[in-house]
Structures are given as structure tokens and as C-alpha cells.
Design a protein around this ligand. Structure first.
Ligand code: SF4
Length: 239
């Protein structure tokens, strides 16, 4: 377990980067709750969790480390109603502060400027406008953010550190369940009665925007239903 050294808004980025890299090494074998306890103690109110509302596992863990922790949700305007319902339920029953970020343009405004169904024609641009930019803006007040990335989800996530440096945003990125498997997630959900998106019980392995998400076919890995039929595997939030 690494020591907790509180930082402030004035802490230089190179110090934060050194801190993140050391914590990534020191906390590699720590539990998810220990990792989040370190993050909450180090960054205080300048630490948040991001959630796609696929499930509330990381939000639940973080609320144990820091009751009332900020949970940031990106409302792209393209979510399934079940995802918005999960967000509302998390807000209602958990000891967290849900913050909903929205893109600059509504879907109608984006359609007027770029034409309809941009997600079909240029999903990278659509994700940049509706996910990447709003998250960048929304993370401005924070020094560190937590994600639910897991190494077993896809080859692109296989080397995710439990704590690392997000060079693009110049922030510490915490992935407390990076070492978990789907069985670990299922066990935590069952043990703590954690809210999950109902679509996970309806054939979806991973839940994103409705136009870019489909149910899994037999034998597919959990993220195969995202941008199916395209080379795209990530929205750009974690690149
Ligand atoms: Fe657009 Fe699809 Fe990306 Fe959502 S996942 S922002 S609909 S391209």
C-alpha cells in the first residue's frame, strides 16, 4: 500500500504524473477499495468517477471510499431509456453526487450541421463531439478520475494500469477494477446488490449509445456488440 500524500489544485502536472506512476506500481496488488481509498484521500473533492451506467460497481466502491463522491455521466442524447433509468436510480439510492454532462449541440443541432446519422457515416467525429469533448470539459475541475476499465475486456485494455497518467487530459486516471474478471464483477454485484443496466440481462454484453450497440451473438466477447461491423472498438475516451 502506498502512502497517501494530499495534493492541491496547484500541484504541478509533472508531480502528479510521478505520483500516478508510483501509485500504479505500489497499488498493483491492492484491492479495488484500497485503490479508491488512496485516490479519495489523495485528491479529495478533486476526484471523480465516470460511469456509462452499464453498472454502478465503481460508483458503489467509490462511495464506500468517499461518501457523496462525484459520479460523472455523459448523456450523449443517444442513450437507451434503460441507461437513463439506471442513472436516475443510482442518483436516487446511492450516496453519490451524479453530474450529467451533455454535448454543446443537441442531436437535432448536430444533424442540422453535419447531416443526420453522423454515427453511421463518421462515428469517430460523432464520438469526438458527443463524448470526448464534453468529458474533457467536464473533467476540468478534477485532478483524477476513475473508470471501470478492465484488462480482460479487450486486447486494447489488456495493459490498463490500476493508476496511471492520462497524458491527453493531464490528469491521474484510476482503474480500480482493472484486474477484475466478469466473475468478480458479478460476485460484487450479487454481494452488494449493486444496480446494473437491465439491458445486461437482455442479451447485451456492453451498453453504449443505442445506434452503435447491439445484442451479442453466441460466443462473442462482451464488447463485440459495440460498433459491430466496424474497425472502431473504442469511443476515444480511453485512447
Ligand atoms: Fe455517436 Fe455512436 Fe459514438 Fe454515441 S457511440 S457518440 S452515437 S458514434
Amino acid at each position: 500500500m502506498t502512502t497517501i500524500q494530499q495534493v492541491s489544485a496547484d500541484t504541478p502536472a509533472d508531480e502528479l504524473k510521478t505520483l500516478a506512476e508510483r501509485a500504479g506500481r505500489d497499488l498493483e496488488d491492492a484491492s479495488a477499495l484500497e485503490i479508491l481509498t488512496w485516490a479519495a484521500g489523495t485528491f479529495g473533492a478533486r476526484f471523480c468517477v465516470t460511469s456509462s451506467m452499464e453498472d454502478a460497481v465503481v460508483a458503489h466502491l467509490a462511495s464506500r471510499a468517499r461518501p457523496g463522491v462525484d459520479v460523472v455521466f455523459l448523456d450523449t442524447g443517444y442513450h437507451f431509456p434503460e441507461t437513463i433509468g439506471t442513472r436516475d436510480a443510482v442518483e436516487a439510492v446511492m450516496d453519490v453526487n451524479v453530474l450529467t454532462l451533455t454535448p454543446v449541440q443537441s442531436v437535432a443541432e448536430q444533424d442540422a450541421e453535419h447531416g443526420p446519422r453522423l454515427h453511421d457515416r463518421d462515428p469517430d467525429l460523432c464520438c469526438a463531439l458527443r463524448k470526448v469533448k464534453p468529458l474533457e470539459d467536464g473533467l476540468t475541475p478534477y485532478l483524477a478520475w476513475a473508470t471501470g476499465l478492465r484488462r480482460d475486456e479487450s486486447p486494447t485494455r489488456a495493459h490498463t494500469p490500476v493508476v496511471g497518467w492520462d497524458d491527453r487530459r493531464r490528469k491521474v486516471k484510476v482503474s480500480p477494477i482493472a484486474r477484475w474478471t466478469q466473475d468478480d464483477v458479478d460476485a460484487y454485484v450479487a454481494e452488494h446488490g449493486v444496480l446494473t443496466n437491465p439491458l445486461l440481462m437482455d442479451g447485451y454484453g456492453s451498453v453504449g449509445c443505442a445506434p452503435c450497440t447491439r445484442r451479442l451473438l453466441d460466443g462473442e466477447d462482451a464488447r463485440a456488440g459495440r460498433w459491430a461491423g466496424r474497425a472502431k472498438t473504442e469511443c476515444g475516451l480511453h485512447g
